[in-house]
Design a protein around this ligand. Structure first.
Ligand SMILES: C[S@@+](CC[C@H](N)C(=O)[O-])C[C@H]1O[C@@H](n2cnc3c(N)ncnc32)[C@H](O)[C@@H]1O
Length: 256
């Protein structure tokens, strides 16, 4: 069945982490891939670019400029491309995503750059344990069916001392801002998303998935439970998004 035939109830069940989430997510991103970049920048009023830059800065690439880094749920390879273009960068960025049309839509951005796009599931990365100099995920981990398992999988592939940076939407706490944000996110955004992408449910799924995602403190706790140390987080744009950072402890020599 095409996602475009899936009704709002299925989008809600998938957003809440139901059994259908993995297939649903893979399908909607495969279908919206050609319009993804355009919609991203329009719907976020281009603020997403600034958020990504801030998140990349937290990765600390200067600590190991020739290492291998993972851009998880890389989509159309924006973050991978930006890391590879950092002045001092001499390493490799692995851009992993399970929706191949998303990777294909971004291939032009990384031509001639030190980026390796890989079709892979975040829960089963085709990477050796304990090797990566760092990992980042932008607006991706909320979509993975199994937050705890995906955190543990990233932990497994990081070298001791390496950082994991998560950029993800959140929900503002101030009542007036929260009201305006929710009005935009739940009513205006799905309408524009549907008109531009021609996709019936993808942009209904988005606000519902954010509503079902842990708030900042809870995500920080999940990261700690998965083994990460020195976990901290920063709110962006009055709580519309947040950057979380954690490290695989230096003394965690054996994969968890
Ligand atoms: C909202 S997009 C984010 C893309 C990109 N990181 C960005 O900043 O624009 C979410 C991406 O996560 C990917 N994704 C979701 N679940 C995944 C999984 N289990 N394994 C790999 N990729 C996954 C989707 O295919 C999609 O490309």
């Amino acid at each position: 069945m095409l996602v475009t035939d899936i009704d709002g109830a299925t989008a809600s069940a998938a957003a809440a982490g139901g059994a259908e989430k993995r297939a649903y997510v893979k399908q909607i991103f495969s279908e919206i891939a050609p319009r993804y970049d355009l919609l991203n920048h329009v719907l976020s009023l281009n603020i997403d670019r600034r958020w990504r830059r801030k998140a990349i800065a937290r990765l600390g690439v200067e600590r190991d400029t020739s290492g291998r880094y993972l851009d998880l749920c890389t989509g159309t390879l924006d973050v991978a491309q930006q890391i590879s273009m950092l002045g001092s960068f001499r390493g490799l960025v692995i851009g992993a995503d399970f929706a191949e049309p998303m990777l294909k839509a971004g291939l032009g951005k990384v031509e001639g750059k030190s980026v390796a796009p890989v079709a892979a599931d975040a829960l089963q990365l085709p990477l050796a344990s304990g090797q990566l100099a760092g990992a980042i995920v932008a607006f991706g981990i909320r979509n993975v069916a199994g937050l705890d398992a995906s955190l543990r999988e990233v932990f497994r592939v990081l070298a001791p001392g390496a950082r994991f940076v998560i950029l993800e939407f959140s929900t503002p706490r101030w009542p007036l801002l929260r009201f305006l944000y929710q009005t935009y996110f739940h009513h205006v955004l799905p309408l524009i998303g549907r008109l531009v992408s021609g996709h019936r449910s993808a942009y209904t799924y988005l606000p519902r998935s954010v509503a079902n995602f842990p708030v900042e403190e809870e995500l920080a706790d999940e990261m700690k439970r998965a083994g990460f140390a020195n976990v901290d987080w920063t709110s962006l744009s009055f709580g519309v998004a947040a950057i979380h950072v954690g490290e695989r402890p230096i003394n965690s020599l054996r994969p968890k």
